[in-house]
Design a protein around this ligand. Structure first.
Ligand SMILES: [Zn+2]
Length: 406
């Protein structure tokens, strides 16, 4: 059984929203009180207090503070568990000889979520097609949720998150994802800078994937917002307002990127049973304005800050999505060892290493093979993955069956 996280946006009514905030505040206070109890107990007795002890005192808290009775007991236990986890992680790191920070008291602004798991008192019921659903919490009511599950499964835990004045639900489900792959093709993929990347087929056909629109748009829209922040006096009200605008715009870019990645990885997984690409390293995954070593960018200085923000974490996340989606169809995701395979330097036809300078955008070999650099690199990746490298160092490399679609 696999676990998947599905994110929904919640649409509570005004009064539900107030009750959610009140719940969040109670969870925050419970968290801090439980932390205080652990500290006091240790001071007085020299012993640490366990989750089970604290769970027992929950009964007392609920008796003394009737407002806690409004929250289902299972849900309050999750907050105690969260503190317990924080302590376990702390001691784990101490054991390893690291110097972790002691679990901290949290202000309401640093306490943005509560979790729900098993038990009773809450339920999330997705609609039959996996699109949207309803979250019910005792004491708060039924709240509309919008979002889409790619794979339906058994709801295990969920987290209610308050972010930028809006409410979200992150549901963890257990499922057995299976999806169909229509195509029977292999492809090689290579990152680009001015565009997202190039997909190459076995026969050398290739096409570029454009940088998604949010990327082009956000370049223009984020820059003035960043400038607005830096022009204002740090800590001033105007500065705070400008920061808020920037934060929200960044969050939007992140959401768009996430959505785009799902779409793109879905499309690729539907089409290809074998997806081969260079193994990501720090050097080739940092798609800053400098570009990769092979593909230097233009206007480096002007773009670097912005690009870093938009792109830095993107390649790894996109590849991870492609990886699991390709495998869900029964296909194969192959990472090519860059140093051994040298995809950007090798000729896909005769397999000789043909040194290219950074600015050479075309692969041209004495054997007569001429093609765009990125396509050549993708073709080397496919051949490597399939063990078709001729007299290559990879000769005899046993490629797993290409068409392993169930
Ligand atoms: Zn050649």
């Amino acid at each position: 059984m696999d676990k998947r996280k599905i994110n929904y946006k919640l649409y509570p009514s005004q009064s539900q929203s107030e009750r959610l905030l009140e719940s969040l505040r109670l969870h925050q206070q419970l968290y801090n009180a439980a932390l205080q109890e652990r500290i006091d107990c240790y001071r007085k007795t020299g012993k640490s207090i366990s989750y089970n002890d604290q769970q027992a005192s929950l009964t007392q808290i609920r008796a003394d503070h009737p407002e806690y009775k409004a929250i289902p007991v299972y849900i309050t236990r999750m907050t105690l568990r969260r503190l317990d986890k924080a302590f376990k992680a702390f001691f784990e790191r101490v054991k390893k000889g690291q110097a972790p920070g002691f679990p901290r008291f949290r202000s309401l602004s640093r306490f943005s979520s509560f979790e729900m798991c098993g038990g009773s008192g809450w339920a999330f019921i997705p609609e039959a097609n996996g699109k949207h659903g309803r979250l019910s919490i005792n004491g708060i009511g039924r709240i509309k949720a919008r979002g889409k599950a790619r794979t339906l499964g058994k709801v295990k835990t969920s987290q209610v998150i308050h972010k930028h004045g809006q409410w979200f639900l992150s549901v963890t489900v257990e499922c057995e994802p299976v999806r169909a792959c229509k195509g029977q093709k292999a492809c090689g993929f290579d990152w680009g800078v001015e565009y997202l990347g190039t997909v190459t087929h076995e026969n050398g056909e290739h096409y570029a994937i454009e940088n998604p629109r949010y990327y082009r748009d956000s370049k223009e829209s984020l820059l003035p917002m960043q400038q607005a922040v830096s022009r204002k006096k740090r800590g001033s009200n105007r500065w705070k307002r400008a920061c808020k605008v920037l934060t929200q715009a960044r969050a939007k870019v992140a959401r768009q990127r996430h959505h785009d990645h799902h779409q793109l990885s879905h499309d690729l997984a539907k089409e290809y049973t074998l997806f081969a690409t260079e193994k990501l390293t720090i050097r080739n995954m940092t798609r800053t304005a400098k570009g990769t070593l092979d593909k230097p960018g233009k206007m480096v200085k002007q773009k670097s800050g912005l690009n870093r923000e938009i792109l830095d974490t993107a390649p790894a996340k996109l590849l991870a999505m492609i990886h699991y989606k390709v495998e869900e169809t029964g296909g194969e995701f192959v990472e090519i060892p860059t140093r051994k395979a040298k995809p950007s330097q090798r000729c896909p036809a005769c397999w000789e290493v043909v040194k290219k300078t950074l600015s050479e955008r075309t692969h041209q070999c004495d054997c007569g093979c001429t093609m765009p650099r990125d396509a050549a690199s993708g073709l080397v990746a496919i051949k490597w993955a399939l063990g078709l490298g001729g007299n290559s160092p990879n000769a005899g490399h046993s490629a797993k069956p290409l068409l392993s679609v169930a």
